[in-house]
Design a protein around this ligand. Sequence first.
Ligand SMILES: O=P(O)(O)O[C@H]1O[C@H](CO)[C@@H](O)[C@H]1O
Length: 321
Amino acid sequence: MAPINADVVNGGKDSTPPKTTLPEVDTETNGNKRYSYETLVETANFLLSRTAVRPLIGVICGSGMGALAENIIDGQCIPYEEIPNFPTSTVEGHHGRLVFGHLNDIPVVAMQGRFHYYEGYPLWKCCLPVRVMKLLGVRTLIATNAAGGLNPNFKIGDLMIVKDHINMMGFAGNNPLHGPNDERFGPRFPPMNKAYNYEFRKIAKEVAKELNIQDIVREGVYTCLGGPNFETVAEINMLKMVGVDAVGMSTVHEVITARHCDMNVFGLSLITNECVTSYEHEAEANHEEVLDVGRMRQDILRKFVSKLVVKFAHTLTRDSP
Ligand SMILES: O=P(O)(O)O[C@H]1O[C@H](CO)[C@@H](O)[C@H]1O
């Protein structure tokens, strides 16, 4: 048999080269060789040596939502490839860099690009930047994402304040905190009933009114599935039954990691598509649409998040000893 010519697979069409080299999976340890506290301190010290910014608030930009970081004044960008122990971004719509700077005078760090389980990273590695943020002094995490809407009242382009989540992957035992616990990060059994800060959610609704965007701002329950495929009709109908308002492939494990190390959390989903609930429906979910809606909403998202950063930072100064 003739050797397979990779160029001929896919009918010989020219295929676009992958954005980055694919991450290698550590087969010997099944990807589970964790980094120690000390290793993450090294990563944090590297970052502190590269920037004078001492961030109080961390922002994770969802798919197609990287523009959130464009408001950062004096933004200093550090590509993930340069950061010791950091994974690299492989998904379209995720630049793959940290941006340090100020949003309305508040020191922040933004992740333009997050890591997903379906890229081949174990959950603890997807969440490694959250622990690094904690070591940098970040007290509050704003986790944004693109998500499919299940709630029939939601429209494409709506913003959903995350009230709570359902950790579907956790039901199957896949949790970022699985494995030995290092108490320097947090307790073995962290509570999760206050995962999404109640006061932040109240503030966000007030800010939505101030910006006159209250009609597109909703609140609801998010869930994360492993991906990368979008959901079947039966899966969507099951998620609806258990009370899910929006579904994506991220955020839940980041929030668990952040709460474990006692960070305050605000979650925000951009509803980029309506999940299909019937077999008669013609449309199919696709990542292009997700990115398009991110572009469509980038101005509103930027205004909303910049204002939230200031308000959230005030709650920190108020609570500081
Ligand atoms: O959750 P973020 O990173 O915003 O991305 C969402 O959009 C992608 C699918 O289009 C998936 O990665 C899903 O999780």
